[in-house]
Design a protein around this ligand. Sequence first.
Ligand code: IMP
Ligand code: MG
Length: 182
Amino acid sequence: MSFLVDNPDVVRMLFTRDQIADKVQEIGAQVTADYAGQDLLVICVLRGAATFMADLVRAIDLPVEMDYMCVSSYGNGVASSGVVRIVKDLDCDIRGRHVLIAEDVIDSGLTLKYLIRNLESRSPASVEVAALLHKHREGAVESKYVGFTCPDEFVVGYGLDYAEKYRNLPYIGVLDPKVYEH
Ligand code: IMP
Ligand code: MG
């Protein structure tokens, strides 16, 4: 049995490694066109977006800078607590800069809503979001760049975790509810 291939905790494959790679190239090309000639700072929301961000910046054909922020809203559960805590703040000053937040998934959108408000208070030139997945729940924030629409299920892989596991799966799939319902 293999952890990476045919993981028994993944009940349904959603997006394959190749589909994700193609989509990231597509988003990268859009970002390249939209930010040509501008000073772009890509912010990674740790830890879920790290895999996406690493691939995305290599698909952006511009001189980008990167910074990292760690916020926590989930603990080890599967539903947003609504309480967002900055665990690690940015190292750089974003005043006057074009900021693109790389996010793994927009679910309730509570984390991102908080983050955007927080970053906007620092007077950047602009703040936009690139989300690999969007569950399109009512009231959730919009994102300028969206990879895939995600069903309203708990998904893992390609950076997305459950209790810090499954981040290294190269694809995205639905986690067996048996793993978290006990
Ligand atoms: P939100 O605040 O509900 O939009 O979700 C915030 C964070 O929860 C996301 O950035 C993810 O790290 C995590 N999250 C939400 N849905 C999922 C999921 O289906 N699988 C894994 N993590 C998720
Ligand atoms: Mg998470």
